[in-house]
Design a protein around this ligand. Structure first.
Ligand code: IPM
Ligand code: MG
Length: 363
């Protein structure tokens, strides 16, 4: 197997604490499963603004283009909140998504059985929860033109454009159908086709594509109802596919159902299988630098990297099994602790060491 290039972008807040844990886990998995990886690192987000004046320096973009996979911590924090939209740390992330054409964002919401009590919903509603949200990531209202704020009749008017072309809908739908085939074979497409023409087209295209996947049961749901159903009876869903903004919102709802934002990984994939992998949680500036952050979302993002970009499904399985074992043994960071007698409260570093020990001894 030829060498695969990995770019490490720790970013801001707790990113620089959780990302090194992910890197150690990736290196251990590479050793155990014979992956040939090389590593480079770069700046993105607020730290990049501080050092270069840009949230996404050209050098980072060049390295990201050369990489098979990028591991990103998180971007943003109060220090940069007053900057104009075009210069904010978030632009670094949005720039990577669009420049690398990472159109397919996979956000699993999986409830780890030992953590069922941490959900804000009743345990029976979420026990066994395993949803996958497939969010379109490079189009829709996030990137539509025209956009801006202008002055009309002596007052300011803000505007954005919600736009999708057929090929954008078709390619994300195909990703979602293919993932559904490997899971529960049910796909729910979420839109607002009762109001928005762009999502009427979305519904038409998804419906047409469904003919190529007769083994997947397709349904459609309006986004308001989907939000409600996610908190009413989340286990009715297998795979959800939706546009950029609806996916942003619904994936946060789905994440909270699991009770543990600190546990959720994500993958953002390009057509050639290269991708960017990041924990769903933000930069958590309130706990940054205190060795309190949960590194498991990053570790699980590394598992997704192995599965989706590095063609190393066995390594992915082993990493996930190591996380399961560590939770099963009672180790908890503060965000997932519920005060049970069999729990052992640990920090970021120790949680990482526990996972590594499992990974190295397991098989
Ligand atoms: C996410 C985040 C981003 C988004 C922000 C940080 C730009 O909320 O990844 O869900 O809106 O896509
Ligand atoms: Mg979001």
């Amino acid at each position: 197997m030829s060498k695969q290039q990995i770019l490490i972008l720790p970013g801001d807040g707790i990113g620089p604490e959780v990302v090194p844990v992910g890197v150690e886990v990736l290196k251990a998995a590479a050793t155990r499963f014979g992956l040939d990886l090389s590593f480079d690192s770069g700046l993105v987000g607020g730290v990049a603004i501080d050092e270069t004046g840009q949230p996404l320096p050209e050098e980072t973009l060049t390295k990201a283009r050369a990489a098979r996979a990028v591991l990103l911590g998180s971007v943003g924090g109060p220090k940069w909140d007053e900057l104009p939209t075009a210069n904010r740390p978030e632009r670094g992330l949005l720039g990577l998504r669009s420049e690398l054409e990472l159109f397919a964002n996979l956000r699993p919401a999986l409830l780890f059985p030992p953590l069922a009590a941490a959900s804000s919903l009743k345990t029976e509603l979420v026990a066994g929860l395993d949803i996958l949200i497939v969010r379109e990531l490079t189009g829709g209202i996030y990137f539509g033109e025209p956009r801006g704020v202008e002055v009309v009749n002596n007052e300011r008017r803000g505007f954005n454009t919600y736009v999708y072309s057929e090929h954008e809908i078709e390619r994300i739908a195909r990703v979602a159908f293919e993932l559904a085939q490997k899971r529960g074979r049910r796909l729910c497409s979420v839109d607002k086709a009762n109001v928005l023409e762009v999502t009427q087209l979305w519904r038409e295209v998804v419906t047409a594509i469904a003919k190529d996947y007769p083994d997947v049961e397709l349904s459609h749901m309006y986004v308001d109802n989907a939000g409600m159903q996610l908190v009413r009876a989340p286990k009715q869903f297998d795979v959800l596919v939706t546009g950029n903004m609806f996916g942003d919102i619904l994936s946060d709802v789905a994440a909270m159902l699991t009770g543990s934002l600190g546990m959720l990984p994500s993958a953002s994939l390009a057509a050639d299988g290269s991708g960017l992998f990041e924990p769903v949680h933000g930069s958590a500036p309130d706990i940054a630098g205190e060795d309190k952050a949960n590194p498991l979302a990053t570790v699980l993002s590394v598992a997704m990297m192995c599965r989706y970009s590095l063609d190393a499904g066995e390594a992915a399985d082993a990493i996930e099994a190591a996380v399961d074992a560590v939770l099963g043994a009672g180790y908890r960071t503060g965000d997932i602790a519920s005060g049970g007698a069999d729990e052992v409260l640990v920090g970021t570093q120790e949680m990482g060491e526990r996972v590594l020990a499992q990974l190295e001894q397991g098989s």
